[in-house]
Design a binder for this molecule. Structure first.
Ligand code: 2AM
Length: 176
């Protein structure tokens, strides 16, 4: 018998802040020596981003509902990327703001509130906003110059896993 309800292919998605060309160039410039010193597999320039909410794999109907979300309009804000860190187990080198703006946290929690209404629960890990610079890296203690990142929109992104790297496609953009 023909299966009339084929399994929907799932898509891996997340909400993020994506740098514009100028911010991306500044991030690259500020982190070049740090990434060079840490070795490993550096994030391709076009993949640099800061994740707001990682949703994971969703079916088509769930994706449609997520695309229709109205994110909390917290207004534009500035991020100052001025530190780096290292996640030992994943050997992941990241850059981050030392001071996390309240608007960023409001955005993240507001998104999860809306996702919760769609039955999507967040994982329990604390939110640590960061830009992944390299994987399989070694620890680097090189400081980075501050990068001013003016945030005025957020995006919903689809991730297709590599190798060698994930490919990211912006599905939706919202102005803050
Ligand atoms: P990472 O770079 O620190 O691994 C796309 O994969 C984006 O979602 C990346 O920014 C990635 O963060 C993040 N991500 C992947 N899996 C995740 C998970 N289980 N929880 C939170 N963020 C995740």
């Amino acid at each position: 018998m023909t299966d009339t309800s084929p399994r929907q292919p799932k898509r891996r998605i997340f909400f993020a802040i994506w740098p514009d060309d100028g911010t991306r160039a500044a991030l690259l410039e500020a982190t070049r020596s740090c990434v060079g010193a840490a070795g490993g597999r550096s994030t391709p320039a076009e993949n640099l981003h800061l994740t707001l909410a990682f949703v994971g794999e969703v079916a088509a109907d769930q994706l449609a509902a997520i695309r229709a979300i109205q994110p909390p309009l917290v207004g534009g804000f500035d991020l100052l990327i001025d530190t780096t860190g290292f996640r030992k187990r994943a050997r992941l080198l990241w850059a981050a703001p030392q001071r996390v703006p309240p608007a960023l946290l409001a955005l993240e929690s507001g998104l999860w509130e809306r996702l919760g209404e769609l039955g999507i629960e967040r994982d329990r890990r604390a939110y640590l906003p960061h830009v992944t610079l390299a994987r399989r890296a070694s620890r680097s203690d090189v400081d980075i110059g501050p990068v001013h990142w003016s945030v005025s929109e957020i995006v919903l992104v689809e991730s297709i896993l590599g190798p060698p790297h994930s490919t990211y496609t912006v599905l939706e953009t919202w102005s803050l």
